[in-house]
Design a protein around this ligand. Structure first.
Ligand code: NAP
Length: 263
């Protein structure tokens, strides 16, 4: 899966799954534009890890910057729920690298609670980041990809969006919505050479799941057919595949990366 010459925008690239997606795409030769709410700290660490991964990757195509020269990872501060921020993100990517081939809508948050106790602002915050954020990014990037007659959009959903989960009604609604958007966009954009797919991770070891008690984690792992909690790398490799030319005839699909949790 060679991505040299391609430019990828990854939202929520500062930590967890998003960070590994950035590294995986960079390792395969892509220019990476990553965003998080702050462009400092963790986001800059991701950029440094991308540059290190790229230095070990195969030589880039002719005409492309050579490995180790011209940093080909840039960080943009962007709240994906803000249309103005998203516009700036995509304009920066296009101005810097000339095109946008890959968009990974990964930024996401949880604000869990049972329905009776869920505050309206917690419902809105999760929908605005997870669902509206993906909408804004796809809307902003679609014109660029249509003109190129090429694009790969990968939306990060969740097994919770397929199966639901008590205490996560807002999150499940946002992630189910991401699947609906993915399938609709696949139909709208297919004739322009743009594929749109979703990845639905199961239980993955990141900050998002860190609050769970060790014995709860062990019990959950025991119920997974592959007998382990997933890693961000497990998800990143699936994303890299869907973002590659090898996945050219796959669109509108939801790929579960859950260790067989729901088989
Ligand atoms: P994480 O470790 O909490 O990281 C979330 C990322 O999203 C961070 O980079 C965060 O950056 C960014 N982010 C949050 N709100 C943002 C906003 N408004 N604008 C821009 N960036 C924002 O989460 P994760 O576990 O890696 O999850 C990544 C994605 O996978 C999410 O969509 C999540 O729903 C999904 N997922 C995770 C699991 C799991 O088990 N971990 C399972 C299924 C699906 P800043 O905080 O620096 O802004």
């Amino acid at each position: 899966m060679d991505l040299s010459g391609k430019t990828a925008v990854v939202t929520g690239g500062s930590r967890g799954i998003g960070r590994e997606i950035c590294i995986e795409l960079a390792k395969r030769g892509a220019n990476v534009v990553l965003c998080a709410r702050s462009a400092e700290g963790a986001a800059q660490e991701t950029a440094a890890l991308c540059e290190a991964a790229r230095a070990e990757s195969p030589a880039p195509a002719e005409g492309e910057p050579q490995n180790g020269q011209d940093p080909r990872t840039i960080v943009v501060a962007c709240n994906v729920a803000d249309a103005g921020d998203v516009k700036t993100l995509m304009e920066t990517a296009r101005r810097t690298f000339g095109r946008i081939d890959i968009l990974v809508n990964n930024a996401g948050i949880t604000k869990d609670g049972l329905l009776m106790r869920m505050k309206e602002e917690d419902f809105d915050a999760v929908i605005n980041t997870n669902l509206k954020g993906a909408f804004l990014c796809m809307k902003e990037v679609s014109g660029v990809m249509m003109r190129q007659r090429y694009g790969r959009i990968v939306n990060i959903s969740s097994v919770v969006g397929i199966h639901g989960n008590a205490g996560q009604m807002n999150y499940a609604a946002s992630k189910a919505g991401v699947i609906g958007m993915t399938k609709s966009m696949a139909r709208e954009l297919g004739s322009r050479g743009i594929t749109v797919n979703a990845v639905a991770p199961g239980f993955i070891d990141t900050d998002m799941t860190a609050a769970l008690a060790p014995d709860t984690r062990e019990k959950m792992a025991e119920q997974i057919p592959l007998k382990r909690i997933g890693t961000p790398q497990d998800v990143a490799k699936a994303v890299a595949f869907l973002a590659s030319d090898e996945a050219a005839y796959i669109t509108g699909q939801v790929l579960s990366v859950d260790g067989g949790m729901y088989t």
